[in-house]
Design a protein around this ligand. Structure first.
Ligand code: 5GP
Length: 180
């Protein structure tokens, strides 16, 4: 099949994961959550900016009452993780005693989520559950468990479906991989 190519800034990206594949992965996560979380009165915490599209599509598939509150962190500049996580928008919901579900677009080294888990434990969340659409297992070096994973992918840099390259590319419904 011919690859669809997009250009963002100085780099080219080729089609990689279609929206149909993404939607199937989101559906599977939603079905599990509808079973496993419905009795837990969960507080969902999507991590901006990247997780907005995954979160929006996932929430439409959840059929139990829940609370949603976004946070914003950043660790990536260009195409690499900076090893330094900045908090840009904090927790405004009360997490004490709650089952909190962190929603990420992608877990790479796992550092961002690690920082968020530490903060949620400090704020006395009862239980912290992690859900990510994508996981790069070869980059992931942390010891915590990722409870919901949509898809595992190799260590390529990707954009689309919420993910950016220097703030561009988030609007595409498919996911694209960098052309080296
Ligand atoms: P971590 O802290 O796990 O190393 O990195 C997590 C964050 O880095 C994600 O929320 C995402 O913003 C960014 N990130 C990691 N891998 C990629 C990638 O392949 N493409 C894009 N656009 N962002 C990524």
């Amino acid at each position: 099949m011919e690859k669809n190519i997009i250009q963002l800034h100085d780099k080219k990206f080729e089609s990689y994961i279609t929206f149909e594949q993404i939607d199937r992965a989101v559906q599977q996560i939603a079905e599990r959550m509808n079973e496993e979380l419905k009795e837990k009165d969960p507080l969902f915490i999507p991590v901006l900016n990247g997780a907005f599209m995954f979160a929006g599509d996932l929430f439409k598939k959840l059929n139990f009452p829940c609370e949603i509150s976004f946070v914003k962190f950043s660790s990536y500049v260009g195409t690499t993780s900076t090893e330094e996580v900045k908090q840009l928008l904090g927790f405004d919901a009360n997490v004490k005693g709650r089952t909190v579900v962190i929603l990420e677009d992608i877990i790479d080294t796992g550092l961002t989520i690690q920082k968020i888990i530490e903060q949620l434990k400090h704020k006395k969340a009862r239980e912290v559950i992690i859900a990510t659409l994508l996981l790069k297992p070869k980059a992931f070096t942390r010891s915590y468990k990722v409870d919901y994973v949509g898809m595992e992918i190799p260590n390529d840099f990707i954009v689309g479906y919420g993910l950016d390259y220097n703030q561009y590319g988030r609007n595409y419904s498919d996911i694209y991989k960098i052309v080296e």
